[in-house]
Design a protein around this ligand. Structure first.
Ligand code: DC
Length: 219
């Protein structure tokens, strides 16, 4: 069967990561988490003390970055200049910073090239916010996965539980703030592509969502 390029966009906590990973496994495809790349830029900007709205500083930083993915027994890992930063980019602080730097056109331009390069080989599931709209407008199958903000906050809270002192209400507040940043930015705002299948995962299990996707892909 023809190997496809599949995109899954949507807001934080909608289940994109779990669903994308599972869908890629079921199809024997690779899976790319593009949010990790924005988190990688945010992490390196923080380390280099470059401000979230310092476009020149961000551009210089991007020009020296070397971000890439490797897969090991723990799953997809993000390397920055060959050091594994996967576990350090999943904090609430880096989430908010990633959302802020992702609104800067210089950062989006840098990551656009990197993401398109990763998509040259077919048989991939790309997860993000603008995969179906901007990065891969010609993708073979596009999905937009959503869920209610409360359910998304509960899911994110469970993921973070051991790593954060935040309450579920605080997580929900941050998620709503990040949604607003990601939807309202001028460059590549988060929205469903016109030709995306929109799925709401609020009342469905991962397996049910993946089954719906597989049936849509095979039609
Ligand atoms: O998916 P995530 O929560 O790891 O993404 C972190 C931030 O990165 C998110 O708030 C917005 C940004 N992002 C983006 O703008 N475009 C993408 N394709 C992926 C993520």
């Amino acid at each position: 069967m023809k190997r496809l390029l599949i995109t899954i966009d949507g807001p934080a906590g909608a289940g994109k990561t779990t669903v994308s990973r599972e869908l890629a496994d079921r199809l024997g495809y690779k899976y790319i988490d593009t949010g990790a790349l924005y988190r990688g830029v945010a992490f390196e900007a923080r380390y280099a003390m470059v401000g979230q709205d310092d476009d020149i500083g961000l551009e210089n930083l991007c020009n020296t970055l070397n971000l890439n993915f490797v897969k090991d027994e723990r799953g997809l890992r993000l390397l920055s200049n060959n050091s594994d930063i996967t576990d350090q980019i999943r904090t609430p602080e880096i989430s908010m910073m990633a959302s802020a730097v992702s609104a800067r056109p210089v950062v989006r331009k840098y990551l656009l090239g990197l993401q398109r390069n990763l998509g040259r080989e077919k048989g991939v599931v790309f997860e993000g916010r603008d995969m179906g709209t901007v990065v891969f407008p010609d993708a073979d199958k596009k999905f937009y996965l959503d869920a209610s903000p409360r359910v998304r906050a509960i899911r994110r809270y469970r993921e973070l539980e051991s790593k954060t002192s935040q309450t579920v209400e605080e997580v929900e507040r941050e998620i709503r703030l990040r949604d607003e940043n990601d939807r309202k930015r001028e460059t590549a705002p988060m929205k469903p592509a016109d030709d995306a299948l929109i799925l709401d995962s609020t009342d469905f299990s991962v397996n049910e969502v993946v089954e719906m996707m597989l049936s849509y892909i095979s039609n």
